[in-house]
Design a protein around this ligand. Structure first.
Ligand code: FES
Length: 108
């Protein structure tokens, strides 16, 4: 179990990226619930914490793939043309978030 930060560090409707055991992890606060998924877009490596969080969807800053942070699944993939040219995005890994003593931990 790895400690990432304190609850107050990620306010509602925001997200942050962390480097843990050579992985890049994104933590998002959706309506007071915390979720952890990979921070790197599976399409072409965009850094998702630099994108936008809209409710439960994180939007990649590079080509706009949308992922559901509650389960890591692709919600909206890149366009058909982009798929043809560069391949498509696949689901992110999700991780269990554990809250203890006002701190956020994840299980890798
Ligand atoms: S790198 Fe994220 S959508 Fe292309």
């Amino acid at each position: 179990m790895e400690k990432l930060c304190e609850l107050k560090d990620i306010s509602e409707g925001t997200m942050k990226g962390f480097s843990v055991q050579e992985k890049q992890i994104l933590i998002a606060n959706v309506s007071g619930n915390f979720y952890a998924v990979d921070a790197i877009c599976t399409h072409r490596g965009g850094f998702l914490p630099d994108g936008k969080l809209s409710n439960n969807l994180v939007i990649c800053p590079v080509h706009g793939t949308q992922y559901d942070v509650t389960n890591g699944k692709v919600f909206k993939n890149v366009s058909t043309l982009m798929k043809f040219l560069t391949g498509e995005a696949t689901d992110l890994n999700r991780y269990d978030v554990i809250i203890e003593d006002d701190s956020i931990f994840i299980e890798l």
